[in-house]
Write a protein that binds this ligand. Structure first.
Ligand code: CA
Length: 230
C-alpha cells in the first residue's frame, strides 16, 4: 500500500470518481478530492499532499491560477503538479509547465499511463543519489568533472549538450518546454531560438545512438527523459 497523499482537483464528478478508483486500484489509499481550485488550495494547506492532479479547466479559479499560487508559496512549491488537460489546450500546457508543473496528461487518459506518470514523479523523492553523479541505463553523468560516459566510454559533448542532457536526465518523467531548456541551460533572456534547442537535441541524439530512445519528443511541447516506468 502506497503511503503517499494525492490530491485530485477536478470539477467533473465522473472523472473525479474514475481518478479515485484508478488511484485506489494502484494502491494509493490516501486521496483527497476537490471540485474547484479554491477548495483544492485549502486542502493543500491542511493536508500537504505529496502530489497534485490538477484539472486546468475549472469553474471560478482556473487550474493555471491554482498552479501559480502553489508555486509562489514556500511550503507548497516543491509538490509535484501533474496537469489534466484536453488535447487542444497546448498553449495552457506550455504555460503550466513553465509555471512549474512537472507533467500533463490529456483526457481521456489511459489508467496505465496515469499511474506510471504519478509513480515517476513520486519516485524522485525516494531516489537518493549522490548529487555529483547520476547513473541511468548505462549512462553516467559526473557533474564535478563535467563528464558523461555511455557504457563506460567518455562522450564528446559540447557545453550545451552536456547541460541539456543533465537537465533532462536528472528529472525522469518531467516534461521541459524549449523555453525552459533555454533558460536552465543558458540563463533567462539568452538569445537562443527554440529551433536551436531542437538542433542541439538532434546532435545529442546522434551522439547517444541507441540510448537516445530514452529521450522523448513531446510533440508541440518539448522534451522529456523517460524513466523505466514509461
Ligand atoms: Ca474541468
Amino acid at each position: 500500500m502506497a503511503a503517499e497523499k494525492i490530491l485530485v482537483i477536478e470539477d467533473e464528478e465522473p472523472i473525479r470518481e474514475l481518478l479515485k478508483l484508478t488511484l485506489e486500484s494502484a494502491g494509493y489509499s490516501s486521496i483527497d478530492m476537490a471540485a474547484n481550485g479554491e477548495d483544492g488550495l485549502r486542502l493543500v494547506q491542511s493536508r500537504l499532499p505529496d502530489l497534485i492532479l490538477l484539472d486546468l479547466m475549472l469553474p471560478g479559479m482556473d487550474g493555471l491560477s491554482v498552479c501559480r499560487q502553489l508555486k509562489s508559496q514556500e511550503e507548497t512549491r516543491a509538490i509535484p503538479v501533474i496537469m489534466l488537460t484536453a488535447r487542444s489546450e497546448e498553449t495552457d500546457i506550455i504555460i503550466g509547465l513553465e509555471l512549474g508543473a512537472v507533467d500533463y496528461i490529456t483526457k481521456p487518459f489511459s489508467r496505465k499511463i496515469l499511474i506510471a506518470r504519478i509513480r515517476a514523479q513520486l519516485r524522485q523523492f525516494t531516489d537518493v543519489e549522490d548529487s555529483n553523479e547520476i547513473r541511468r541505463d548505462g549512462l553516467l553523468i559526473r557533474d564535478d568533472q563535467h563528464e558523461v560516459r555511455l557504457h563506460g566510454k567518455v562522450m564528446d559533448l559540447t557545453f550545451s549538450e552536456f547541460a541539456i542532457l543533465q537537465l533532462l536526465v536528472s528529472h525522469p518523467g518531467r516534461v521541459y518546454t524549449r523555453n525552459q531548456i533555454i533558460s536552465k541551460v543558458k540563463g533567462d533572456g539568452y538569445p537562443v531560438t527554440e529551433r536551436a534547442i531542437d538542433v542541439q537535441i538532434l546532435n545529442l541524439r546522434r551522439k547517444l545512438g541507441d540510448w537516445a530512445a530514452n529521450i522523448d519528443t513531446v510533440r508541440g511541447i518539448g522534451y522529456r527523459y523517460k524513466s523505466d516506468a514509461q
